[in-house]
Design a protein around this ligand. Structure first.
Ligand code: HEM
Length: 411
């Protein structure tokens, strides 16, 4: 393929079944454009090759990249052809081999676990959590409101979802700072030893938590999980770990990153911020449109069999990169895809994926994002980007914002 894209990571050898004209390097992590805007960088892939082989994939050595919403939906909706096994590989990180559950399971196993776990994050549970979510948002905002500005990710973007995780799991609020540090070290520290240290600390904490709830059950999620059985079989220690670990990693970076992009967007579009201030009833629709415009997750699937898709022949064992933003910003499905339009109709975005692995925490995530917007709009005057302050964003497995200085007028 002709137009090679700037690449930083060394390209891996291309498997022999892939013809050279189907190869194109695109570094979802280190392409220099990722630090400007990862969404604009990936959107440059639209309207060219429908599918291409990317030899710079760091996780699997190389992977197919799908560039259309249609093909992405097909792969996500065909678990008989494409497996999730090993897609995240968190346990390998700590030298173990359990699956993140239900993420790394395929149907029919996956279906049994979703049936068991869906009620834990269903709308009635989220509604019950709502007062706590609002209180958490209000407390964090009150810490900074009178200062006239803050580094948003440190003040709110990262601590807010960690606090909600503590609430969800029934863990003591005093431990929030410990979890916040683990979250930061695991997902943001560039030093691999620090990351592994945090991964081990989280594993050990969750293991102790499971043992404690086995010995003295409480009315919380960990107690529910350790006491659960599927088809009469008590869940194993590895299954319990896979579930608790996913609840921890699934809802932190995703929410934090979304918040970062949403708040930056509203800082740069004061007229839309003002619209939501005047019409708070639009907030749910705005959240949905912002989830489309900023679909942060990139996941993977592996071919179970040989498959022909988009004019290429994929072989059993080949990995496929599923970049949700490529689907949510596909101009073939969304008119003016880069524009944020709170009134957009038929907003079939893929921010929460599609098919059997559709995000299990979507009700909670939507509520967290809506509460964050509502509380900020109600408590803080119009915020804007601080003059000349650098904004740090990144590509990767979850597109994110590292640093975002906001300011506002204080009366
Ligand atoms: C804006 C925030 C969020 C986004 C953008 C998001 C996105 C996603 C995506 C794209 C997937 C599918 C991955 C794949 O297909 O391989 C997923 C799965 C999942 N998410 Fe979320 N998520 C968010 C928040 C949350 C929260 C708050 C929780 C819970 C605490 C959560 C729990 C899960 C779980 C358990 C799965 C696995 C579902 C399955 O495999 O069946 N997520 N999420």
């Amino acid at each position: 393929m002709s137009d090679q894209v700037a690449v930083v990571a060394p390209a891996n050898p291309v498997p022999s079944h892939i013809p050279p004209e189907q190869v194109k390097a695109f570094d979802f992590y280190a392409d220099p454009r990722m630090s400007q805007c990862p969404f604009a960088a990936t959107a440059t892939l639209h309207g060219k090759e429908r599918v291409f082989w990317n030899p710079t994939n760091w996780q699997f050595g190389g992977a197919w990249v799908l560039t259309t919403a249609e093909d992405i939906r097909f792969v996500l909706g065909s678990p008989d052809l494409f497996t999730n096994k090993g897609e995240a590989g968190f346990s390998g990180f700590v030298g173990e081999s359990w699956d993140l559950i239900p993420l790394e399971l395929d149907p029919p196993e996956h279906t049994k676990f979703r049936k068991l776990l869906n009620p834990l994050l269903a709308p009635p549970v989220v509604s019950k959590m709502a007062p706590g979510i609002t209180a958490r948002a209000a407390a964090l905002i009150d810490n900074v409101r009178d200062r006239g500005g803050c580094e948003f990710m440190e003040a709110f973007g990262r601590p807010f979802p960690v606090g909600i995780f503590m609430q969800l799991m029934g863990l003591p609020a005093e431990q929030t700072d410990t979890f916040l540090k683990w979250e930061y070290d695991l997902l943001h520290d560039p030093d691999m030893r620090v990351k592994v240290g945090a991964a081990v600390a989280i594993r050990d904490y969750l293991r102790e938590l499971a043992a404690d709830r086995r010995a003295s059950p409480k009315d919380d999620i960990a107690s529910f999980v350790v006491a659960s059985a599927i088809e009469g079989q008590q869940l194993t220690d590895d299954q319990v770990m896979g579930i608790l670990y996913l609840l921890f990693v699934g809802g932190l970076d995703t929410v934090a990153s979304s918040l970062g992009f949403f708040f930056r967007h509203l800082a740069e579009h004061p007229e839309q911020q003002e619209q939501l201030r005047r019409q708070p009833e639009m907030i749910e629709k705005a959240v949905e449109e912002l989830l489309r415009r900023y679909s942060v997750v990139t996941s993977s699937r592996q071919c179970k069999v040989d498959v022909e898709l988009g004019g290429v022949r994929m072989k059993q064992g080949d990995w496929i990169t599923i970049n949700d933003s490529l689907a949510s910003l596909d101009p073939a499905e969304f008119a003016r895809p880069m524009e944020v339009d709170f009134d957009r109709k038929n907003n079939r975005h893929l921010g929460f994926s599609f098919g059997p692995h559709f995000c299990m925490g979507s009700h909670l995530a939507r509520r967290e994002l809506a509460v964050a917007l509502r509380e900020w709009l109600a408590r803080v005057p119009a915020w804007r980007l601080k003059d000349n302050a650098p904004i740090a964003v990144h590509g990767g497995g979850v597109f994110g914002v590292e640093h975002l200085e906001l300011e506002w007028n204080v009366a």
